[in-house]
Ligand binder design. Structure first.
Ligand SMILES: *[C@@H]1O[C@H](CO)[C@@H](O)[C@H](O)[C@H]1NC(C)=O
Ligand SMILES: *[C@@H]1O[C@H](CO)[C@@H](O)[C@H](O)[C@H]1NC(C)=O
Ligand SMILES: *[C@@H]1O[C@H](CO)[C@@H](O)[C@H](O)[C@H]1NC(C)=O
Ligand SMILES: *[C@@H]1O[C@H](CO)[C@@H](O)[C@H](O)[C@H]1NC(C)=O
Length: 437
């Protein structure tokens, strides 16, 4: 279940084509929308038009705001509906992803030893990390404060319901963080966490609720679905979202997140038409971001078809950044996250350039979504956290050679995050957007 480890030079260009997933989607819907906007432009002020653009083209705050235009077309009716689970509104329309990390001694929200579910690859203190400073950073948005994570409120809202995280090992880290945040609201003998294959289920008996993790690192059916298999060449099957999607049916809160299997060591992904059983496989190579677009478009269409916007919610966590090359933040030429204990303080820092074309693809695909997918834009803010990876403080699956022991940098994990740590913040965002959208 380890992510692929080869590192790749990123040569994905800014102008990378996205034709494949655009094809066939310039729908009557878009045409109607354009006509509608033109109509509005003629009738109303410019402000009003830009307002509509805002309502339709932003991913995370568009579906509950407007009262005035909602009666104009049925398309906009969903705009005024209250989102499921919401109990309030965000303070001053605040962009919670725009802010800074502040040191806070009352952090972390839970202690590593208090959470029995942290896996050995994320339990950094247990595996000898000497410092604890990485746990004591809280995200402070500029325009407001994040609501305090309330596990009781969350569990009460999950009564008789299912929440599921779908994605790769980074998404699983966010899942474990969520279980650590929630389990304290469940009494001792009424909870359990079970593994089945790569999937996991946390059950809270008193609440008749489950919080689950479902492994689908490339979202579509792929040759990475059996995590023990070591693969170098990635293949996804076009139009196969239901292969995994059938396991998500009936879930009340879905949280998607995947990136690492797309990004490391690959510039191209193979798209399979036909099936994995075909003797002669019909495969085309496309750029990674293009394939990514196909996958999230499949996911989005699945949500449109299978999720009820009145009763359920869908989140998408953006790419989790790596810190494998200290040259990216002006450190030593051959370093990585090993021995890093401070944050990157350049607010413009982005790091791994390859994630930019993917970010663009996400914006583009989600702007067409008819289901309100809430985007948790964690990439840049997590990028400042070179201090917070598992590094060498985790269980090693194969014994280390003397050469490696002599050079810890060579085996530091600069992809996954210690818990408690950065993924807790992603879940604070989730909490905030779920209850105070
Ligand atoms: C957490 O939520 C519960 C249930 O809604 C509520 O009774 C309690 O006061 C909340 N706790 C805090 C600290 O806000
Ligand atoms: C428990 O939750 C499931 C949904 O996850 C629901 O179908 C079932 O009716 C619930 N059972 C009780 C006893 O509330
Ligand atoms: C780790 O960093 C400290 C300074 O931050 C330095 O003194 C020490 O030599 C470094 N250790 C290694 C093994 O690089
Ligand atoms: C996410 O935030 C970054 C800045 O951190 C911004 O450049 C990007 O456009 C945002 N993406 C979306 C889809 O909102």
């Amino acid at each position: 279940m380890k992510p692929p480890l080869s590192s790749s030079p990123c040569s994905a260009s800014a102008s990378a084509s996205t034709t494949l997933f655009r094809k066939g989607r310039l729908s009557p819907y878009l045409f109607t929308l354009l006509a509608f906007i033109l109509f509005i432009t003629i009738l109303q002020s410019e402000d009003f038009t830009s307002y509509i653009f805002h309502a339709e083209f932003t991913t995370d705050r568009s579906f509950h705001r407007d009262q005035t235009i909602s009666s104009s077309t049925s398309k906009f009716e969903k705009v005024e509906e209250k989102l499921a689970f919401a109990i309030g509104e965000s303070e001053n329309n605040c962009d919670i992803f725009h802010g800074l990390w502040v040191q806070d001694e009352s952090w972390p929200i839970y202690e590593e030893w208090e959470c029995p579910y942290i896996q050995p690859q994320l339990a950094c203190q247990a595996y000898g990390r000497p410092d604890k400073g990485y746990q004591q950073w809280r995200w402070q948005p500029y325009g407001c404060s994040l609501p305090r994570f309330n596990a009781t409120l969350f569990m009460e809202s999950l009564r008789g319901k299912r929440m599921m995280f779908v994605g790769d090992s980074l998404n699983r880290g966010q899942y474990i963080s969520m279980v650590c945040l929630l389990h304290r609201a469940v009494s001792e003998n009424a909870k359990s966490l079970k593994n089945s294959g790569p999937n996991m289920v946390f059950t809270a008996k008193d609440y008749n609720a489950t919080v689950e993790f479902y492994w689908a690192p490339l979202l579509l059916e792929s040759n990475a679905d059996h995590p023990k298999k070591k693969i170098t060449d990635r293949i996804i099957r076009k139009g196969s979202i239901d292969v995994h999607g059938k396991h998500w049916k009936g879930v009340d809160i879905l949280v998607f997140g995947c990136y690492v299997w797309w990004a490391r060591g690959v510039e191209y992904i193979n798209i399979l038409r036909g099936t994995f059983e075909d003797e002669v496989k019909d495969v085309v190579k496309v750029r990674t971001e293009e394939a990514y677009g196909l996958a999230i478009e499949g996911m989005m269409e699945w949500c449109e078809k299978n999720m009820d916007p009145k009763k359920t919610r869908v989140f998408f966590t953006s790419m989790s950044p790596f810190h494998q090359k200290s040259s990216e933040w002006g450190g030593l030429p051959d370093g990585n996250c090993y021995n890093e204990t401070t944050l990157i303080d350049d607010p413009t820092y982005w790091g791994y350039e390859c994630s930019k074309p993917i970010m663009r693809v996400i914006s583009e695909v989600f702007s067409r979504s008819q289901f309100p997918i809430i985007f948790l834009n964690v990439t840049q803010l997590s990028g400042y956290r070179k201090d917070a990876h598992s590094s060498v403080y985790k269980k090693q699956w194969v014994p280390l050679t003397p050469e490696k022991i002599a050079n810890p940098m060579s085996y530091a994990d600069c992809v996954h995050w210690c818990l408690p740590g950065v993924p807790d913040t992603w879940n604070e965002f989730l909490f905030s957007k779920l209850f105070y959208p």
